[in-house]
Every structure is written in structure tokens, then in C-alpha cells.
Write a protein that binds this ligand. Sequence first.
Ligand code: GLN
Length: 537
Amino acid sequence: MKHIFVTGGVVSSLGKGLTAASIGTLLENRGLKVALQKFDPYLNVDPGTMSPFQHGEVYVLDDGAETDLDLGHYERFTDSKLTRFNNLTSGQVYQRVLDKERRGDYLGKTVQVIPHVTDEIQNRIREIGDRTGVDVVITEIGGTIGDIEGLPFVEAIREFALSAGRGNVLFLHVTFVPFIKAAGELKTKPTQQSVAKLREIGITPDILVCRCEKPLTKEHRQKLSLFCNVPYEAVIEEIDVEHSIYEVPLMLQREGMDKLICEQLGLDTPPADMAHWQDIIRKLIKPRHRVRIGVVGKYVELQDAYKSVYESVIHGGVANDCGVEIARIDAEDIEENGAANALQGCSGILVPGGFGERGIEGKIQAARYARENNIPYLGLCLGMQIATIEFARNVLQLEGAHSAEFDPGTDHPVIALLDEQLNVTDKGGTMRLGSQPCSLKPDSLAARLYRSGEIHERHRHRYEFNNAYREQFEAAGIVFSGTSPDGNLIEIVEVPGHPFFIASQFHPEFKSKPNKPHPLFSGFIEAAHACDHAETV
Ligand code: GLN
């Protein structure tokens, strides 16, 4: 088994996750089986308890693990099957070490970072290999080289390489080569220093991936090679992509990345066939149609808070040869200026998941505006609860109808706490999480889109539709087109007679890929395009 370790230098947000995922794409298209995992140096056991302001989106896996959003890139770019074992945090490592210490497993020894913490990390590297049986394991180390909290992970991969043997391990360092405007030049010094820092710990990178906004010249490459002790051909340029993140694998292929990796690790494979990927890029760069979708949320200024939602909308565009312009609309802006103003020019409205009361009334106004003006609506998790509250208030005339999450004393709790949550007090990992089966009503919009009677989708919620109101909603025309197989939990809500109004209690955005767009998103973009505002280019 071969191992690639991806570290980052100079600054964070370099797109290490995208680079790791893109390498995964290239290696898979060479016929290799890959597994991807992420090590995060923070002390939270998982990112499930972190605010989107701190961490961006929490990505949910089939097994219910709440993980780092880079795992979303891994799933979108590869066929690697991910479980809770693919995301390790310092919190988990220390939790395990301390559990062992309390049990007496260390037999009276002093428990130390080296070797006990680093051993625990190395165990996880081996474990993922054993569990998956792949050809190549790609491990991304979160954070930046030089961070104190990341040190045990870097030390652990150094030790791991020692025991695995040099030809089986490859160190890839993703770094930043800034363009200094005043000088009109790219600067290599920060990369030199970051590599020096890495070498201080005992790791010499085999490949240097240089993130830059201008192309590297031959001189830059020579200088980086010389000062960083990396062969000339192993200095890889990863320039900012023009149109789409899905261009990254093709760009790295042009730079010879996968060939180099296979040579260095002694992997004998044919070149990667990326024809289907090129077709996706064509549709992204030169789509036949265009459409504008309004995403109404409260973290709209953050790049990463609705990552999978934005990506899935774009995949829905690929399915329809339709370029999607995403208008990020602040729900509080709707509260101030009205839905008609804020949502002007949108051919589809999407309300994603969320927690907390801020912006809720704006989201309810957005759902109403979509329903009353025949604009396609897709609600995800909270977006489904919002659609339900809106219908209760404005169609069923249930005054003050609300979710018990936001108004515990409401006369009409159309959304109420799940029974299983009644005695839950801990916050971490205690929601209804992960893949659950859902039965679809024959002939409903959902059944038509999925072309199936039973589906599995990922969940992350504590509240649900209150069955006490079921008959009232159905009498007014609402179709509950998806339920748990026992019929108890409402999973999908539809408003018939509307061009496209569908909302799910689950998160379909965690299962969409550029080469396998999710049916709810494909249907949504198709409907939005059909509903005009769209121009053919
Ligand atoms: N806050 C809602 C709940 O817990 C919705 C959750 C979500 O959108 N992920 O049920």
C-alpha cells in the first residue's frame, strides 16, 4: 500500500483539500483504488459542535459522522467510500489516549506526546489502509506547517514513513507563491521558509505544489527546486482556476502530477482517461443556457458555510447544460426590504439547512414568495421546516404557527422536537444523523425525479414535522411524498399544482457529484430554467 501525505505551507485556505481530492480523481482514472482521509489538529472531537463562522459547513457521511468539509470534496471528486474513520481530530486522538490511560493500558508508563500520541495517529493511518484495502491512501494534514497544534501529526507521518519505507510514501507540500503587485513579481521566499520549517521536523517534500495567481516562470521553478531541495519537474504549478474547481484535476494532469506520483511510488498504470471530466468542464465553461438561483441563508458572506449546497446547484446545472449564477441572499435583507426586492431576477429559490432564530422570518417570506409566484422552490432540512411553517400560517391560517425550536410556546408547533431527542442533553453527535431510508409516494414529483420507490439520504436534525397537523395539511393539498418506511416521519413535502415546490427533511446536497448530479437538484434547475427568466446563449 502506498501513502501520500499532503501538508500545507505559508497560509491556510490554499485548497489543500481540493488538491488532495484532485489527485484522487487522477489516480482513480488510472485504474487505482484510493482512500482519502483528513487529520485536523483542533481539539474538538468533530466539527459538529462548531459554528459555520468558525469552520464552514459540517459535512455528514452515510454513517452519521459529522466531518470536515474537505471530505465533501473527497466524495465529489472520487468514489472513495468515507466513514467516520476518514476524519481524525486531535480531540479524538487525546480521547483515545486518555481512555487507555484510565484503563491502565500503559502499564505504569508516563504517557507522552511521543510516542503515545504519535503512535495513536500512526495506528489510524494503518487502520484506514486495512479497512479499505486500497492501492493508495491520501492523507491531508489540516492547518499550516509551523502551527504548534499540528506538530504531533507531522511527527507521526515522519515516523510512519520511516517504518513504511521510502518508496511507499510520498510527501506533497502545498504552498503559496504570492504575487507582489508593487514589485510586479511572484515571490518564492515564503515557500522556501515553509519548506525549511518542514525539513526542521525531518520531512523533505517530494513534490511542491505552488498555488499562485500568475504562472511560474522557468526561473521560479529552478529557484524553488534549488532552495527547497525538490527536483525541477516536481515543482508543480497550481494557478487559480478561471471557471470552476473541477478544472483542478485537469490542470494538475497537464503539469504531470499523476505521472510523477506514479513514478515516485512505483505504480505502473496507463495514463488517466479524463474525457468524461472534460465534458463536465465544457458544460461548466460554455453552457447552452443560464439561470439565476437565489440561495437564502444567514451565512451568505461566508464562502464555505453552504459549500455542498452551492456545489450541488452547479451539478444540477451540469445535468441541464445550464450555467448557474448563485445569488447569495441574506434572509435578514428580505426582512428589511421584502422578498420581491431581494429575490428579483431569481428563477429558483433555495432555502438550505440551519439552526437558530436569526433570519427565520426572511426565509419564511422567501418560501411564501416562491409558492405564490410559481417560482421553483427547493427546501433543505430547515428549508423544509420553513416551507411547512409558511403553509401553516398563510394557507391553513394557523396564526403564529412555528417550529418549537424558535418559539417553544407557539399555539401551533407544526415543527416539533423528534421523540428520540426528548432526553438528549449533550450537543456533540446527538442529532438524528446520517443515512436513513425513505419511501416515496408513487406518482409524486419526488418519485418521478428519483425514479425509485425507496431512497437513502443523509440527515442532521433534531426537529421534525408534527404529525398532529398531518390531516390538516393533506386536506389543503400538501403532498407528503416521502416518509420513513414506517410512515411516521415526514421526509419530503410537496405543493402540487406549482411548477416545482419540493422540500426535504434530509440533506441531498451531501450526495451530489459533478458526474452524478442529484435528482432533486437536476429537477430544480430544469424547472427554474423552464420557468423562464433564462436566456439561451
Ligand atoms: N434546526 C433544524 C433541526 O434541528 C434544522 C436542522 C438543519 O437544517 N440541518 O431540526
